[in-house]
Write a protein that binds this ligand. Structure first.
Ligand code: THU
Length: 160
């Protein structure tokens, strides 16, 4: 005698194709190479502190910069702002990542002026990686972590 009819297992839906793991769209290696290369061009005769920076933009381009010091010390331009100036002059406006390479064994973070300049073009989520030239160690942060509550152009809409 036949036993109870087994309910048919419902036709299985085809297993969803495994997605490739979300690739990091940012080519950090290329950015770090550009920052290191450009650091060698720093004009830092007063501090001896050569810094390189590279910004990756949404369209896949890379804009690098280095610090350019001046005998009138206050006119010094940091590597990060130099990279931003390159980016804007080339018609790009959407940074997606920044790499900074500075001397020493510990990574250092962009100065306050550069944070504010970055905030003009980048959202709080901008990923930043700072590399220490001597040790190669790096630290990853976001612009929002470095500049919480940053001042942005939208505030200018409110004039009392
Ligand atoms: N400097 C940068 O280029 N980026 C920074 O984030 C901090 C400081 C430069 C400015 C100056 O030429 C030298 O490092 C020492 O302050």
């Amino acid at each position: 005698m036949k036993g109870p009819v087994k309910p048919r297992t419902p036709a299985r839906k085809a297993a969803p194709k495994k997605r490739a793991p979300a690739r990091d769209a940012v080519d950090w290696g290329a950015l770090a190479a550009a920052a290191r290369r450009t650091r060698r061009r720093a004009h830092a005769p007063y501090s001896g502190y050569a810094v390189g920076a590279a910004i990756g933009t949404r369209d896949g381009r890379i804009f690098a910069g280095c610090n350019v010091e001046n005998a009138s010390y206050g006119l010094t331009v940091c590597a990060e702002r130099s990279a931003i100036l390159h980016m804007v002059a080339a018609g790009a406006r959407a940074p997606v990542a920044l790499v900074l390479v500075a001397p020493g064994a510990k990574p250092v973070m962009p100065c306050g002026a550069c944070r504010q300049t970055l905030a003009e073009f980048a959202p709080d989520t901008l990923p930043i990686r700072a590399f220490a030239a001597r040790s190669g160690t790096s630290r990853a942060v976001t612009l929002g972590e470095l500049l919480p509550h940053g001042f942005r152009a939208v505030a200018l809409a409110h004039v009392d």
